[in-house]
Design a protein around this ligand. Structure first.
Ligand code: SAM
Ligand code: DTB
Ligand code: SF4
Length: 335
């Protein structure tokens, strides 16, 4: 099976149109050809700077435009972040993902960010950061600090983008992704489904990711967490029928798996309100990564006890640390 970056929208639309069992079968086949099926990567999230974000993303509780009453915080102290990372390592997490509610980091924030990346890596976990847009210099600083992954989501289709966010463009997003790639950091990019989009938007979203010059190493698929006081959270509360159908959600996961066979596909936000059966279908359809713990950035997550029970019920086991980290460790040992 070859990795293609020349997918067309009709080809992806045809995947969505397959009978559901055929689509899941194809996705499971691709999953087994490229990954150890039955193994799930466990990642932990921490919000290192919460709220007060100047961007107007219609789904986000942390935007200054959202009426969520969320208290804005400053960037956490380096030692406090490292303490949280140590707890995550003790809980068996392999990747520590840190998010900041910024449009972009300020240069004065970078020394602390660099110290955090170095500290977390020393604990043997993979590091991931999501800090908003990056300048070329900032991308280089993060690469030099040893950052393993940078998360920057395209969120939806190019056509729908400016209905969800008006303070930046999809092109801005793609520019940062290109800088991250150029700097040699692994790319984590995905988006959100269940924002009232059409199937054509879902096709366009997958198409944008699957036709990047190189596929993101990680593709988070979030189900919208409808937060009261956000534009999209309130819209969904008013029109419950707009909520995405579970089977359609699994189709998105399957399409991501088939079109980006080598990528880790992360079943991200929204698991808290997802049935075990839907999550199991997502794993069958090729999702092989989740966020563990009680909290995402600001919203509730399923929680360690529930997840341990689900994985045990399904006979899934935590994945070993990924190749990039092993390679880094081997290099360090050779020094
Ligand atoms: N400020 C940075 C940025 O936007 O790139 C990083 C943090 S931001 C919260 C990370 C991602 O979380 C967003 O791109 C979006 O895909 C996801 N997200 C935010 N709020 C969400 C919600 N209510 N439901 C699902 N996903 C959400
Ligand atoms: C991603 O795609 N999902 C995570 C992570 N990347 C940073 C964030 C989900 C946030 C869910 C809403 C919240 O906690 O506020
Ligand atoms: Fe800010 Fe990121 Fe939330 Fe958008 S998604 S408002 S950029 S924290």
């Amino acid at each position: 099976m070859t990795v293609r970056t020349d997918w067309t929208r009709p080809e992806i639309a045809a995947l969505f149109d397959l009978p559901f069992d055929e689509l899941v079968y194809q996705a499971a086949t691709v999953h087994r050809a490229h990954h150890a099926a039955g193994q799930i990567q466990l990642c932990t999230l921490l919000s290192i700077k919460t709220g007060g974000c100047p961007e107007d993303c219609g789904y986000c509780s942390q935007s200054v435009y959202a009426k969520t009453g969320l208290e804005a915080t400053k960037l956490m102290d380096v030692q406090a972040v490292l303490q949280k990372a140590a707890q995550a390592a003790d809980n068996g997490s392999h990747r520590f993902c840190m998010g900041a509610a910024w449009r972009n980091p300020k240069d004065r924030d970078m020394p602390a960010i660099v110290e955090i990346v170095k500290g977390v890596r020393q604990m043997g976990m993979e590091t991931c950061m999501t800090l908003g847009m990056l300048s070329p210099e900032q991308a280089d600083m993060l690469a030099e600090a040893g950052l393993d992954y940078y998360n920057h989501n395209i969120d939806t289709s190019p056509e729908r983008y400016n209905e969800i966010i008006t303070t930046r463009t999809m092109a801005d997003r793609l520019d940062t992704l290109a800088e991250v790639r150029r700097a040699g950091i692994n790319v984590c990019s995905g988006g959100i489904v269940g924002m009232g989009e059409t199937r054509a938007d879902r096709v366009g979203f997958i198409h944008t990711l699957a036709t990047l010059p190189a596929h993101p190493e990680s593709v988070p698929v979030n189900a919208l967490v409808p937060v009261k006081g956000t534009v999209l959270g309130d819209m969904l509360a008013d029109t419950p029928l707009a909520k995405i159908d579970d089977i359609e959600f699994v189709r998105v996961v399957a399409a991501a798996r088939i079109t980006m066979p080598m990528s880790m596909v992360r079943l991200s936000a929204g698991r808290e309100s997802m049935s075990e059966a839907t999550q199991a279908l997502c794993f069958m359809a090729g999702a092989n990564s989740i966020f563990t713990g009680d909290k995402l950035l600001t919203a509730a997550n399923a929680g360690d006890d529930k997840d341990a029970a689900l994985l045990a019920k399904l006979g899934l086991v935590p994945m070993e640390a990924e190749e990039p980290l092993r390679a880094c460790k081997a290099l360090e040992a050779a020094d």
